[in-house]
Design a protein around this ligand. Structure first.
Ligand code: G6P
Length: 611
């Protein structure tokens, strides 16, 4: 949520910032801006709209400099207009700052400075911080100290990069709660919210920690705490390639990521199945295995799509590992004074590993003595680093704001965990375990089969793209799939969609059904297939339009539904990995048909680093 980038080195900064911001546009895209230092001057270009609008502005007003900062915004305080766009400058025009996060005590700081005669120009919380740095600079005449003193007065979260014409060969960056990575190259340094913004320039990075302040010059960098103590961080290597963060011939990142799923599902289970023993091994959990095997309860906490994966996990873990599981929205969990015992295991699921509510929930659980495990995609992310142990899902960079391949890879991680715990706890026999492992290995080719022919889904999209509402129904493992299908549709097409457990429909949503209401049933031939058939009949009796996701050869539903989408059969607990694919495609093609910005839907951001 908001992407920030800083550069100091020997190359022209503007193209580096613009390209980097484009790679981080998934984090927010209300407005974008750039500040550089040149001839003792701070130059600023900023504009409401996308990074492409900033790029046009830069072409009209070229800025030549080798030091600068940039920002792509997801508005919190102040509407997204040119004025509220970052970078923000202090009232003397000497210090410029980009910020990701929220300054909670901005109003008090603003009032105090205004009383001292400082004029404010924007509605943002961020301006309070740059003006405060400026006030401290007037006293200390030391840029770094001024930043540190100001940050010590801040309540809230921040990832910042600051430049000052008083010390024109220096970038200062700091973080609390918002991610920042420092990229290191010969004679040049980069600071970014996400390594993907700089991977084209360097693979050597350090991940800054909360309350780190990094001072960077062309000669080197130093990281200190807010309390002014030097800290050393290991230099790490980014392992993915630039191709992985490009569209590779697809029209949208989302479509590319949907089509990558046969591969990403394979990648997330690679080396983790022990076929002869009918179990799984998850290296990242080795140290907490005794606690996990004996857990009295598992609490899964997450947001959005990751929360839906958690719900599938609940069904699997309870059924096969016989451990009571609760799934909690992280935003609720963190504030509701939860009862947590030392033999509870809390699993935080997060694609980005940076979601503020999920992070706060796991910190709360840790404080209360639970063992905390992460299931994350982004390597080195805050959640991955703050948990006691974890499983990476290895889905590769996910750029489309609506999560697709991360969801199915999360399901793989959860099914491996289920298999491992079910075997360790004696609830899955070796034969059953082998069958699960064999079936898991077939999932990538089944996903491939679904993706081979998307034409029927495109035809459906053509038929329904003008609807204003849609209902998604499923039961058992596919109740969460229904929630996820509805979420995908509303996120990217802005059609109102609700997911419900199919049987619960008669307690409310049935009132919505008429001949115009498309109802998507997720109805593979599982344990409760018969029950779902009854629910389909209830919808048909009220003239609803039924679209059913079914297994091949399901003649019963075929004869009943208005449209069927056929997918291969698999074990019940693995079925959401297959049923979610046509749901993703349906949302995608409907959104494209409606002319929506699929990769950057309005008002959303991929990485929600504010509460
Ligand atoms: C945002 C994204 C969703 C995502 C959710 C949780 O809302 O738009 O796609 O599911 O955050 O993100 P996480 O990175 O924690 O999985």
């Amino acid at each position: 949520m908001c992407g920030i980038l800083g550069y100091i080195g020997f190359q022209e900064v503007a193209p580096i910032v613009v390209t980097g911001l484009k790679r981080m546009e998934y984090r927010g895209y209300d407005s974008a801006g750039l500040a550089t230092l040149n001839d003792g001057r701070v130059d600023i270009l900023k504009r409401a709209g996308k990074v492409a609008d900033l790029e046009n502005l830069v072409e009209l007003h070229p800025l030549s400099s080798t030091i600068g900062i940039g920002h792509t915004r997801w508005a919190t305080h102040g509407v997204p207009n040119d004025t509220n766009a970052h970078p923000h400058v202090d009232h003397t025009g000497s210090i410029a700052l980009v910020h990701n996060g929220i300054i909670e005590n901005h109003a008090a700081i603003r009032q105090r400075l205004q009383r001292d005669g400082v004029a404010f120009h924007t509605d943002t919380d961020t301006e309070a911080l740059v003006q405060l740095i400026s006030a401290f600079y007037d006293i200390t005449h030391d840029f770094e100290q001024a930043v540190r003193l100001a940050l010590n007065e801040i309540d809230g979260t921040f990832g910042i990069v600051v430049i000052s014409k008083h010390e024109p060969d220096k970038l200062i960056a700091a973080r609390r709660g918002s991610p920042l990575v420092l990229g290191i190259n010969d004679g040049e340094y980069f600071i970014a919210s996400d390594a993907s913004a700089i991977v084209g320039h360097t693979r050597q990075v350090i991940f800054l920690e909360d309350d780190d302040v990094a001072t960077v010059t062309r000669e080197g960098y130093e990281v200190k705490t807010l309390g002014d103590e030097v800290v050393e961080h290991e230099i790490e290597e980014i392992t993915y390639d630039i191709e992985q963060i490009e569209k590779g011939g697809y029209e949208h990142f989302m479509l590319k990521e949907i089509h990558e799923q046969a591969q990403t599902i394979m990648d997330s289970m690679r080396g983790r199945l022990i076929m002869d023993k009918g179990t799984a091994k998850l290296g990242g959990l080795r140290e907490v295995l005794p606690v996990l095997n004996n857990a009295r309860r598992i609490i899964i906490t997450a947001c959005g799509t990751s929360w839906h994966a958690g719900l599938v996990g609940e069904y699997m873990l309870e059924h096969y590992a016989r451990i009571p599981v609760e799934v909690e929205y992280a935003s609720e969990f963190r504030y509701r004074d939860p009862i947590i015992n030392e033999d509870d295991v809390v699993i935080a699921i997060s694609q980005s590993g940076e979601t503020a509510d999920t992070l706060a929930a796991l910190r709360e659980a840790k404080l209360r003595g639970a063992t905390v495990i992460g299931i994350c995609n982004v390597v080195g992310s805050t959640i991955a680093r703050e948990t006691h142990a974890g499983v990476y899902i290895h889905a590769g960079p996910e750029i489309g704001v609506a999560s697709t391949k991360a969801f199915t890879a999360q399901l793989v991680a959860l099914s491996l965990l289920t298999l491992m715990l079910g075997r360790n706890r004696g609830f899955i026999s070796i034969e059953e375990g082998r069958e699960f492992a064999r079936e898991l290995m077939t999932i990538p080719s089944k996903v491939e089969q679904i993706l081979e022919d998307t034409a029927p889904i495109q035809t459906l999209a053509e038929r329904y793209y003008e609807t204003s509402n849609a209902l998604y129904l499923g039961r058992g493992y596919n109740f969460p799939s229904a929630l996820e299908g509805a979420l995908k549709l509303k996120e990217i097409s802005y059609i109102h969609a609700e997911g419900y457990p199919a049987a619960e429909m008669k307690h409310g949503p049935i009132a919505l059904i008429d001949e115009n209401m498309p109802v998507v049933f997720i109805a593979p031939q599982d344990r409760i297939h018969e029950k779902v058939i009854s629910n389909i009949q209830e919808v048909k009796a009220r003239k609803g339009q039924v679209i059913a996701i079914v297994n091949h050869e399901d003649d019963v539903i075929d004869g009943m539904a208005d449209h069927v989408i056929c997918i291969p059969r698999t074990l019940d607990f693995l079925s959401p990995m297959l049923t979610s694919i046509p749901l993703q495609l349906l949302a995608y093609y409907i959104a494209v048909r409606r002319g929506c910005d699929v990769d950057q839907p309005r008002n959303l951001a991929k990485s929600v680093t504010v509460e």
